[in-house]
Design a protein around this ligand. Structure first.
Ligand SMILES: Nc1ncnc2c1ncn2[C@@H]1O[C@H](COP(=O)(O)OP(=O)(O)O)[C@@H](O)[C@H]1O
Ligand SMILES: [Mg+2]
Length: 360
């Protein structure tokens, strides 16, 4: 097995004047659950279709398991695709739909039935072979679509927003189901989604795309905790951005003067910094703690509080900041008595170790 299993080199796609995918390099491992995440129109589908051979690139190459597949049609690649619109044939039974994926292999009836049974067990729908698609729920239909794509035993399954049509609860169930299926079959999954929570919970690694470019490619945790750009920090989760100036920078830490919060020692940035540089400090709402106001420390005022059951979101203004800060407050046992009404004067404590320095 070669690393990377899927090697994308300078791959790009132009539709006339539209640069749908800018020259892009990515390496994806065998057995990896990999996601392409970004807003609508950023080029996710186009990139996925080029990997699957459904779209021809304007430049660059795709290698799978060491072979150059750039010029191979879809049916000669070890890939298969699942779409948002399940693309289930309404006039065929569930079993016939799954077997349809096998037709090109010309299986004997016994081989076909065994493969269908195996797939129905894999998707936890045994006994559904003779059902008609109109007797199935949305989640069941999408599982049948997955089975039909997996029955040919591809080495790579490409999934284009497969859960986008499902409502929230069902989508969350199907996310767990997707992850289970991927572990069970052990092949590479590449998932396209605009839903950051979905990408974070399912993926081994995520490539965040914007306007045809890959901005960052890393594990969910690194993406969330160590974004390398303003765009990624803003797209993945909630983020506060604070203007700041470097007071002192050495290898291990950077001392900043942060608007509203005062001096903070934060982890070093990816880029070189010198005293006097203007930067932006990114800080997650759950990395700010709200507390009663104290004499001699910056005072803020609660503008709004929104109750979410397990947590409360506070909008807190003051300290000369142009924008209010978002603060998440866990509504747990220890802090059940700490409720801050709008208009109340409060102080803030920042978890400086979790702050990220970005270019101003
Ligand atoms: N067949 C096509 N012809 C012309 N433009 C296209 C075509 N397919 C996609 N595009 C354009 O390429 C860009 C990326 O599209 P797409 O890959 O579908 O994005 P996403 O899947 O992230 O929503 C968009 O601006 C879209 O309008
Ligand atoms: Mg798309």
């Amino acid at each position: 097995m070669t690393w990377p299993f899927i090697d994308i080199q300078g791959l790009e796609k132009r539709f006339g004047a539209v640069r749908a995918v800018q020259p892009c390099d990515l390496g994806i491992g065998s057995g990896e659950f990999f996601s392409l995440l970004g807003p609508s129109g950023c080029g996710k589908t186009t990139l996925l279709r080029m990997i699957g051979g459904l779209e021809s690139p304007s430049g660059g190459k795709v290698f799978i398991d060491g072979s150059d597949v750039t010029r191979l049609p879809a049916h000669r690649r070890p890939t298969n695709m699942v779409f948002q619109s399940y693309a289930i044939f309404p006039h065929l039974t569930v079993g016939e739909n799954i077997a349809y994926g096998l037709a090109r292999r010309r299986p004997t009836p016994a081989e076909r039935d065994a493969a269908v049974q195996r797939m129905l067990e894999l998707i936890h729908l045994p006994g559904f072979a003779d059902r008609r698609p109109d007797q199935l729920s949305g989640g069941q239909l999408q599982r049948v679509a997955l089975a039909r794509a997996l029955v040919l035993k591809p080495k790579v399954l490409l999934l284009d927003e497969p859960l986008a049509a499902l409502d929230k609860k069902l989508r969350e169930n199907m996310q767990l189901e997707l992850r289970r299926l991927q572990r069970e079959v052990g092949i590479t999954f590449i998932l396209v989604t605009h839903d950051q929570e979905e990408a974070l919970t399912l993926s081994d690694r995520i490539a965040v795309m914007q306007e045809g470019r890959v901005l960052q490619c890393s594990s969910p945790r690194e993406l969330y905790e160590r974004p390398t750009s303003h765009a990624v920090a803003a797209f993945v989760g909630e983020m506060n951005f604070l203007p700041a100036r470097v007071t002192r920078a050495n290898g291990n830490s950077v001392l900043l003067e942060v608007a509203g919060l005062g001096p903070l020692a934060v982890p070093p940035a990816a880029c070189a910094l010198a005293a006097g540089d203007a930067v932006t400090l990114a800080l997650r709402p759950e990395r700010l703690a709200i507390r009663p106001a104290r004499e001699g420390q910056p005072i803020f005022e609660v503008r709004e509080s929104t109750y979410f059951g397990n947590r409360t979101l506070y909008q807190v203004a003051g300290g000369g900041l142009a924008e209010p800060l978002a603060v998440f407050h866990a509504n747990d046992l220890e802090r059940a008595d700490a409720v801050f009404e709008p208009g109340v004067r409060v102080g803030l404590t920042a978890d400086a170790a979790a702050a990220v320095i970005l270019p101003a």
